[in-house]
Design a protein around this ligand. Structure first.
Ligand code: PHE
Length: 360
């Protein structure tokens, strides 16, 4: 083997063995640097006689070219390897675009509450709230249901332990929003016009009943209010809420201890091929209970029933949501199934108001 071939073999092997860029640089300096072996060999060409130079120069040149090429392709391979290792270690690539998240949606019950509040506010009702854990005085006694009253049993009440020092009876999870009537009248006095949406609880469970559901209470007390005002208020509400010009309501005589006279209200509708239409057809669906506030309820709030009178109603919010949006099973409202929520939910920007399509 000639000296040059030996050099070529050595350097190509060294290049191959280099495992980092700095090792590779050392090989380059020792071969092609200012004092590198190949550089020195090239320098010797000048002092050779022409014949010898003619023979050696091309061999030296090709040696230089080969080693240079081997170094540069090894360098590329090392850079790739280093990047690969870095990518393995640093899996977080901050230059990647972010993953977009699915937008949440507004539950149909929340949307229904917002709509009802918008409509009643426009009629001059203000918003009131009460606690979900009530004393049995607010939930029953003050509403003309003393302890022995049979209507108490119809409420399927959930009882809750109360502070035995101050209360004779256990607390309850409120069975209706009517206790807010009492709280509002005792706090604000009369005349008064309020609505109070919220959660209520009864021990009941089937396709149209869940142990927790929503009601909206309405109360209007003044000197001259009568049943015609009640009727107009409810008809106007339904017309606006269901976005149907001709709603027909049927007032059926009924009984509630806290109203006299009392009525249950049905809305005219039709079922066609599983499609519910409000305002036409021969079916009736019950949506609320109402009546003129009983004098005993006024007395419990220190309001003089000889001077003041008015009406109250309690409407099932989930019921009217089911009717408006054609949702067949009440239980699905509270299962938190994300697919159901995506289907029936509303966009957060879809804020109900009378100027965004609610009014007729
Ligand atoms: N509180 C009654 C119920 O839950 C509804 C109602 C409210 C009836 C106000 C009359 C007046 O069934």
């Amino acid at each position: 083997m000639t000296k040059l071939e030996e050099l070529r073999q050595n350097y190509l092997e060294e290049v191959d063995r280099a495992s980092s860029e700095s090792e590779l640089e050392q090989v380059r300096v020792s071969a092609l640097g200012k004092k590198g072996t190949i550089t020195l060999e090239l320098r010797k060409l000048g002092s050779m006689d022409p014949e010898q130079r003619k023979e050696i120069a091309p061999q030296l040149n090709s040696l230089k070219v080969d080693v240079t090429q081997a170094i540069s392709s090894k360098k590329e391979a090392l850079v790739d390897k280093e990047l690969e290792e870095q990518l393995q270690k640093e899996w977080l690539d901050v230059t990647l675009p972010g993953r977009s998240r699915r937008q949440g949606s507004i539950h149909p019950v929340s949307q229904t509450i917002e709509q009802a509040v918008a409509i009643f506010s426009d009629m001059g009702f203000s918003y009131a709230e009460g606690p979900q854990i009530e004393t049995d005085w607010y939930n029953f006694d003050a509403l003309n249901m003393p302890p022995e009253h049979p209507a108490r049993q119809e409420h399927d009440t959930f009882f809750i332990k109360s502070d035995s020092k101050t209360a004779k009876n256990p607390n309850v999870l409120r069975t209706h929003t009517s206790p807010v009537q009492i709280r509002s009248m005792t706090n604000q006095g009369v005349p008064i016009r309020i609505i109070a949406p919220g959660r209520v609880y009864r021990c009941d469970y089937d396709q149209t009943h869940t142990p927790m559901f929503h009601q909206i209470e309405g109360l209007a007390i003044d000197k001259h209010l009568n049943m015609a005002h009640l009727k107009w208020t409810l008809e106007e509400f339904c017309r606006t809420f269901f976005e149907v010009k001709n709603v027909e309501l049927r007032f059926r005589a009924s009984h509630f201890p806290f109203t006299e006279p009392s009525a249950e209200v049905d809305i005219r509708c039709s079922w066609e091929k599983d499609q519910l239409k409000i305002g036409e057809g021969n079916d009736w669906l019950e949506i609320l209970g109402c009546g003129m506030v009983h004098p005993n309820v006024l007395k419990a709030c220190n309001v003089d029933p000889d001077k003041y009178q008015g009406f109250a109603f309690g409407m099932g919010l989930d019921r009217i949501a089911m009717l408006k949006y054609g949702i067949p099973d009440l239980r699905s409202f509270f299962e938190s199934d994300i697919r159901w929520l995506r289907h029936y939910g509303f966009l957060p920007v879809d804020v109900p108001s009378l100027h965004s399509g609610l009014s007729l």
